[in-house]
Design a protein around this ligand. Structure first.
Ligand SMILES: Nc1ncnc2c1ncn2[C@@H]1O[C@H](COP(=O)(O)OP(=O)(O)OP(=O)(O)O)[C@@H](O)[C@H]1O
Ligand SMILES: [Mg+2]
Length: 321
């Protein structure tokens, strides 16, 4: 059986070494430093290091991938060309562990190092790729691929593409198109599959073709409370709030309770908890109609804003993720 060969337009990727048409001819980079300086990739790597708490193994893998691409550029200048390395990836981990955030940074790094032309991220799930009726899946999948060309296609909960219980499931059609494009146009599109580790493992067992095209498996561990607290510090700081007296300790206590409850979603739960604390702060300040509010008043989250959370009450398990 010979499947039709899909080719998605828009991928006339220049080789990594060729300057973009019309760009002023840059001096040829001959050292790692020169490649790093020209591509400005170090800024993104530094940002990743700075902005993301924990995730040491993930950060290391990203640095390794960046190193590979830098060396590839230098090799190309000596005529040591090789086929573009396969960079399709799989990000496994529980909700809120940073998969989408890292994928966006990854897209930027791949772009700066000339691996993909645009560096945007298109995030999809099964419903964006698979149609309800016969004949609908191929056009849907191809449309998504067209949008993602030149960047990263991020498929969240990718295992839902495969439904073994349903013999005539259209997901299989989407998988087949993806496989071809992942193979033939890998110099201009990186596919990242994301989801829970155990389900992804099962998916790969049933889809060896997909498994063999994934070059990098990155596992995102759950955060421990101290990391969650640091993540909270970053979020508070970047939105120009601060913890008042005792509030950070209250938030620490909050996290220790929240982590043990259902639907806990790591950093996402931290963000949601802080959003609710902001709501409580606003209501508290709003109630005081005639007070002149200083910048300090307006930016302080007090211990009471945290302690009013339901995790400290009897209905604790009703807290939303
Ligand atoms: N290590 C981290 N340091 C700081 N902030 C983080 C970290 N990990 C995640 N976040 C923040 O937590 C939120 C959730 O992260 P993200 O959406 O990347 O997680 P996810 O793994 O894709 O989750 P989901 O599976 O629910 O889609 C984002 O606001 C992100 O900025
Ligand atoms: Mg996500």
């Amino acid at each position: 059986m010979s499947a039709p060969l899909y080719s998605i337009p828009g991928s006339s990727a220049p080789t990594a070494a060729a300057p973009a048409a019309g760009a002023a001819a840059e001096p040829v980079a001959r050292t790692v430093s020169e490649v790093l300086a020209q591509s400005q990739v170090e800024e993104v790597l530094a940002e990743l290091e700075r902005d993301l708490i924990g995730l040491a193994p993930v950060k290391q893998r990203i640095r390794d991938i960046a190193a590979l691409l830098v060396i590839d550029k230098l090799r190309a200048q000596h005529g040591l060309s090789a086929s573009a390395p396969s960079l399709h990836m799989c990000f496994t981990g529980n909700p809120g562990t940073g998969k989408t955030t890292v994928a966006m940074r990854m897209a930027e790094i791949l772009h700066r190092l000339g691996y993909v032309r645009k560096g945007h991220l298109v995030a999809v799930t099964r419903d964006d790729l698979v149609g309800q009726y016969i004949g609908h899946t191929a056009p849907k999948t191809k449309e998504v691929l067209k949008k993602a060309m030149g960047g990263v296609l991020f498929i969240d909960e990718a295992y839902y593409l495969y439904r073994p219980e349903n013999e005539r499931d259209y997901g299989q059609e989407a998988i087949e198109i993806l496989l071809q494009v992942m193979e033939n146009q890998r110099d201009d599109l990186v596919v990242i599959l994301a989801g829970y580790k155990d389900r992804m493992d099962t998916f790969f067992q049933s889809n060896p073709g997909m498994s063999s095209r994934i070059a990098h498996h990155l596992d995102f561990p759950d955060y421990a409370t101290p990391e969650l607290l640091q993540i909270g510090d970053r979020m508070i700081e970047s939105s120009h709030y601060r913890f008042g007296a005792g509030a950070r300790e209250a938030f620490d206590a909050y996290l220790q309770r929240r982590i043990a409850q259902p639907h806990f979603a790591n950093a996402r739960s931290v963000r949601n908890a802080l959003d609710r604390a902001r709501l409580r702060q606003a209501s508290r300040l709003y109630a005081d109609r005639d007070r002149v509010l200083s910048a300090d008043d307006l930016s302080t989250i007090t211990a009471s804003d945290i302690l009013a959370s339901r995790v400290f009450s009897k209905d604790a398990d009703k807290e939303t993720p």
